[in-house]
Design a binder for this molecule. Structure first.
Ligand SMILES: [Zn+2]
Length: 375
């Protein structure tokens, strides 16, 4: 019997081989090897288990990728990858809302901000920003507010960091390119000044003022976020194009509790040194009513800044010539960190240790301002 089965096995193998071989062989022989197998009822067991095996793994493979598909359910936002921006309009946020980035990360924005909307998809507004399209609940906006180019300018460089109800707006003075076009130096003023001067430069280091201002401002931002404040950065890049009036109006839009403008000084006299704070006079026609608050903010910030940085405190300068102050409706100050025309101060202000100390001191001054103002 064993021999008999062995022969059958060989026949089976021959048959299997011939089945997969070229047709010419099959055409001649098929009837002979195939027939003998059929009459034997004892052996059909062998060929059967061989064939189903290769079939089984096949259906298993396509089943596995299926459970991976549920992922696309996650984004609850409409796909705007093909959205075409045709005629954007400025909209005004009526309430706090979430602005969702293309990668589904979201940030919370307060009521009162202006944005550029390119239309609606489902129940979402498509918001246009410099780095792409975002989504927000359409019912959070109204187009009632007069259109303003300021929102768009701001969107090119500003950032908002939600925190407590105390809002600090930081304006790193200047930007990589000045804007020589003129703007009124106060609301309705006939005096026109360049939108943004190019700023000064380190006499020893060659560092441009706008870079120093931003370096200190970014650390100040981090200090204030850590202390729980809501922080608004007018710019976080040197490539911004925002006029001084626009910076002030943005501080107003955010209803800043403190508007801190970071600058560095320059003088023809290389011996001139020290830090000063600049704010409006009490007779300022646009913001004289904010004189006391701006003065308190200036004095506290300058005091703590000088104590931490080691820069000499050269006092206050009250003036109504500053566009970025005249347009404000919030407590504001310009801190002139020191003189970049003084080689010693220039070299000191170029160090990372100074940047950190300056940011720490200014943050302490802001804490102190709020402490005193609330008493
Ligand atoms: Zn400056």
């Amino acid at each position: 019997m064993k021999k008999f089965f062995a022969i059958l096995c060989i026949l089976c193998l021959l048959c299997a081989c011939s089945c997969t071989d070229k047709p010419p062989v099959q055409q001649d022989d098929p009837p002979a090897p195939v027939d003998p197998i059929d009459p034997d009822p004892a052996n059909p067991v062998q060929p059967d288990p061989v064939e189903p095996d290769p079939i089984e793994p096949d259906p298993v493979v396509p089943v596995e990728p299926d459970p991976i598909e549920p992922d696309p359910v996650e984004p609850a936002y409409p796909d705007i990858s093909d959205f075409e921006v045709l005629d954007p309009t400025v909209v005004y946020s009526l309430r706090e809302f979430e602005l969702v980035a293309p990668d589904s990360t979201a940030a919370v924005y307060p009521a009162g901000m202006t944005f550029l909307s390119a239309g609606e998809v489902d129940s979402f507004a498509v918001i246009v920003r410099a780095d792409g399209l975002y989504l927000a609940p359409a019912d959070a906006f109204s187009a009632d507010k007069p259109a303003s180019a300021l929102a768009l300018e701001f969107e090119k460089g500003g950032s908002y960091y939600p925190g407590s109800d105390k809002v600090v707006v930081i304006d790193p003075g200047h930007q990589s390119k000045g804007m020589s076009e003129k703007e009124p130096n106060g609301p309705g003023s006939s005096v026109l000044k360049a939108k943004v001067a190019s700023g000064t430069q380190g006499v020893a280091t060659g560092i441009e003022e706008y870079k120093l201002n931003l370096a200190v401002s970014l650390l100040l931002r981090d200090e204030l976020i850590e202390r729980g404040y809501t922080v608004v950065m007018i710019r976080e890049s040197n490539d911004a194009r925002i006029s001084n009036a626009e910076r002030a109006v943005m501080a107003n839009e955010y209803e800043a509790d403190a508007f801190i403008r970071i600058h560095a000084n320059g003088s023809d006299n290389p011996d001139t040194k020290g830090a000063i704070a600049i704010f409006q006079t009490k007779d300022n026609p646009w913001c004289g009513d904010l004189y006391a608050q701006s003065r308190l903010l200036s004095e506290t910030v300058l005091e703590y800044y000088c104590a931490e940085s080691g820069i000499e405190n050269d006092g206050n300068w009250e003036t109504d010539t500053m566009t970025g102050i005249n347009w404000t409706r919030v407590p504001s100050t310009i801190i002139e960190l020191g003189y970049m025309s003084n080689p010693d101060e220039d070299r000191l202000m170029a160090t990372e240790e100074f940047h950190a100390a300056a940011a720490l001191g200014i943050a302490q001054g802001i804490d102190s301002f709020f402490d005193i103002a609330e008493d």
